[in-house]
Design a protein around this ligand. Structure first.
Ligand code: ATP
Ligand code: MG
Length: 750
């Protein structure tokens, strides 16, 4: 984060900000100084104004004193009354504030003291010089006007007795001018606090005296017109209320501004320290006064003190603005340079990619398994790749810059190709054109052409041909065509073969059926033989009986009749047996609904004599009669096959327990006939093969191996059922499943 800020505040913006702050401070300082200067000048003017007011006021007072002085020079003696009149006229206290009385101070030398006091006491009874004591010279307040109670208390005061007043008096004598004393305490009465003040002293010399030197003046001095000033009252009058709150003013006696010299003002208020003050010196009555003016806060109110701050804030704001601008510019510049760098980087990468692509293209062109030839707009060979050279057996130098005529098989071929070339030039896609070319060695090869338009520098168009050698394909194609012819020929023969094979198969099938029938016949003949054995025996016995009867001459007519009847019965039984067998055999004309149980019973009846002769028990179990639509004799043929096999198995196995169990069960969908024997079952190795035609385990002459094959054919093909074999505990189990619904539907169809 910091590094980010650091990088953001890069050189130029940092310098701008820094300079901005510096300039802001400088402007602030300059404007602050400038404002201070302006304030100082304004304040100076104020100070000068006050100073000249003070001077002119003091000059006015001097004038008053000098006027009083003039009174004494104008007449021989000035009486108390006259003095009072004069003072009354100048309206002390009302026009000229700060001055409470105007005194005439008489210089009394040591030897004149008593006569003086005596003289005054004529007017003022208790008059006496204060303070008491003998001194060489006295300067005694003799008249004071207005003659109010306060003023009268000063009467008789020896101003020369006190050092500061005396110094003022001495200076007035020496200079002959109006002089001011140093700082004195003006006491009005005992109760009131003394106040800071000074005396103004105007000397009056005796008339006719030389006044050249100081000693002349000391000798000639007669008295003074004096006035005591309370500085507070005086200056408050001079300054008025105009400057209230604007400035504080201090007045010091002399140039030294110590507390002891403070005539007016408050120099020890340290709660407020102004930024500057003004000091002025004035000389009044031979005395140097120091005037100190300090501006008070309200003096500055008129001015807008905050303007430097506003300037500072403004400058700062401006610099911040400039800084932001510069920063923004820098940022933009940085961004631009970044973009430029990125772009140049991208450009570099693109250039590299282009270079690579070009290299790749070159490699692709040069080393491609496809032959390339680039034709100029004028149909001149511009470029060829290695594969093209290999294809046609030329070197690149032999081809480039040449007319392609040399690679065409003939002039007419070259001319014939021209329209194709123009088509590709006109941006038409031309693909898979097969055309022959001539190799350098004269060999003709077949090529597959694919043409693309190529724009050259001067916006003209040429053609890039990609060429594949298809000579081999062509050969293969030829071969293929030949073999196709052969196949066609073979196909024609094949049909012949198939029909022959079909006929052969049909013949075979027919043979199988025939054989099956033969086998059946064998079974039947076996069965007939067993059926006839017993009646034949009976006939033979009967015939022997007849022969014996003839020998013993017992042959009577009755005997012959009985013999005839008995024999005829036997022959009839035999004849019926033949009919039964014939019926059993006769093929069904059409499908009919027949009882499955009935079919089982009929089959068992045919085989009964045979089974009995072998002591084989045939057990037949069923609950109800179930009807099936189909050819009854076909099912009987199957049953005969299965029961005959069971009998064979029982006999071959030599089993003592000789039982063939037949049962029929049915549900709504199918009728199931199960034939189980005790013949030891079928070997697991051959159980999968027993339904194959001609598969038999029986010796030649005893079995053909088509019984089960035919049985399954009948059940599956004619009756749409299933015939399956499996082994059970004592022998084999054959299950016939006949679908009822199917049989009914099919009967409807038929
Ligand atoms: N119930 C059975 N128990 C054991 N083996 C049997 C049984 N039925 C058939 N086989 C076996 O299946 C074979 C094939 O029977 P199939 O009936 O097709 O021919 P075959 O009986 O041998 O001759 P034929 O053509 O005279 O019937 C028999 O040779 C026998 O090995
Ligand atoms: Mg058989």
């Amino acid at each position: 984060m910091l590094s980010k800020i650091g990088s953001l505040l890069s050189k130029a913006s940092t310098i701008t900000l820094f300079m901005g702050v510096i300039f802001s401070i400088i402007f602030w300082q300059v404007s602050y100084k400038e404002q201070q200067n302006r304030e100082k000048i304004r304040f100076d003017a104020l100070a000068q104004e006050i100073k000249s007011t003070i001077i002119s006021r003091m000059q006015a007072y001097q004038q008053i004193l000098q006027d009083g002085e003039g009174m004494f020079y104008a007449s021989d003696s000035v009486e108390r009354k006259e003095w009072e009149e004069y003072v009354k006229q100048i309206k002390l206290g009302s026009v000229f504030k700060g001055i409470h009385g105007l005194s005439y101070v008489k210089v009394v030398r040591k030897n004149e003291k008593d006569s003086f006091v005596g003289h005054i006491r004529k007017e003022i009874k208790n008059f006496q010089i204060k303070p008491d004591g003998d001194r060489d010279v006295y300067a005694v307040v003799t008249y004071i006007a207005p003659s109010n109670e306060k003023n009268l208390k000063v009467l008789g005061l020896d101003n020369y007795a006190e050092s500061i007043r005396r110094e003022g008096i001495d200076r007035a004598i020496k200079s002959g001018e109006v002089a001011l004393s140093g700082k004195v305490q003006i006491i009005q009465n005992e109760t009131e606090k003394s106040e800071n003040g000074f005396l103004m002293i105007a000397p009056i010399y005796k008339k006719g005296y030389e006044l050249k030197s100081e000693s002349d003046r000391y000798s000639a001095i007669d008295g003074f017109v004096t006035s005591a000033f309370r500085t507070k009252e005086l200056l408050e009058d001079v300054l008025g209320s105009r400057y209230d709150g604007m400035l504080s003013f201090e007045l010091y006696d002399t140039v030294s501004t110590g507390r002891a010299n403070l005539l007016y003002g408050d120099d020890y208020d340290t709660s407020y320290l102004p930024s500057f003050f003004v000091e002025e010196q004035i000389e009044i009555g031979g005395r140097l006064w120091t005037l100190r003016f300090k501006p008070l806060p309200s003096f500055f109110v008129e001015l807008d003190h905050n303007s430097p701050n506003y300037i500072f804030a403004g400058c700062l704001l401006l610099s911040l603005l400039i800084f932001t601008l510069v920063l923004q510019m820098e940022h933009t510049r940085q961004k631009a340079s970044n973009i430029a760098a990125e772009m140049s980087n991208e450009l570099l990468l693109e250039e590299q990619a282009l270079k690579k692509a070009l290299e790749f293209q070159k490699v692709l062109f040069e080393n491609n398994a496809v032959a390339f030839i680039l034709m100029s707009p004028q149909r001149i060979i511009e470029k060829v790749n290695n594969e093209f050279c290999n294809l046609l057996g030329y070197e690149q130098e032999e081809l480039v810059g040449q007319s392609p005529k040399m690679i065409h098989i003939s002039d007419s071929s070259f001319l014939g190709w021209a329209p194709v070339f123009e088509e590709v030039k006109a941006d038409k896609e031309v693909a898979n054109i097969e055309y022959p070319l001539k190799r350098k060695n004269g060999e003709i090869i077949w090529c597959d052409f694919y043409g693309t338009t190529i724009t050259f520098d001067n916006d003209t168009k040429g053609v890039l041909w990609s060429i594949l050698n298809i000579t081999k394909q062509k050969q293969l194609q030829k071969e293929l065509e030949e073999s196709n012819k052969e196949i066609k020929h073979m196909n024609e023969h094949l049909l012949d073969l198939v029909s022959k094979e079909t006929a052969r198969r049909a013949e075979k099938e027919q043979m199988l059926v025939q054989q099956s029938k033969m086998a059946m016949m064998g079974e039947m003949i076996g069965a007939i033989a067993h059926q006839w054995r017993q009646p034949l025996n009976s006939l033979a016995i009967n015939i022997q009986d007849v022969v014996m009867a003839k020998q013993f001459e017992e042959l009577t007519k009755e005997y012959l009749n009985a013999f005839k009847n008995d024999s005829m019965k036997i022959i009839q039984t035999m004849s019926k047996t033949i009919d039964d067998f014939r019926n059993f055999f006769s093929p069904d004309k059409q499908k009919e609904s027949f009882s499955v149980e009935g079919a089982v019973k009929e089959t068992l009846r045919i085989l009964k004599a045979q089974l009995d002769s072998y002591e084989i028990t045939a057990k037949f179990e069923y609950t109800d009669e179930n009807y099936f639509v189909g050819y009854k004799n076909e099912l009987k043929q199957v049953l005969l096959n299965l029961i005959a096999n069971a009998k064979d198995a029982i006999l071959f196995s030599g089993s003592e327990h000789k039982l063939i169990s037949i049962s029929v069960i049915a549900n709504t969908k199918e009728i199931i006939i199960m034939i189980e024997d005790t013949g030891g079952g079928i070997d697991e190795n051959i159980i999968n093969r027993i339904f194959e035609p001609y598969f038999t385990t029986k010796e030649q002459g005893l079995g053909t191996g088509i019984g089960l094959y035919m049985s399954r054919e009948i059940i599956q093909r004619h009756m749409h059922g299933k015939l399956e074999a499996s082994n059970v505990e004592f022998g084999a189990l054959f299950v016939i499943t006949l679908p009822i619904i199917d049989s009914e539907d099919r009967s409807k169809e038929s």
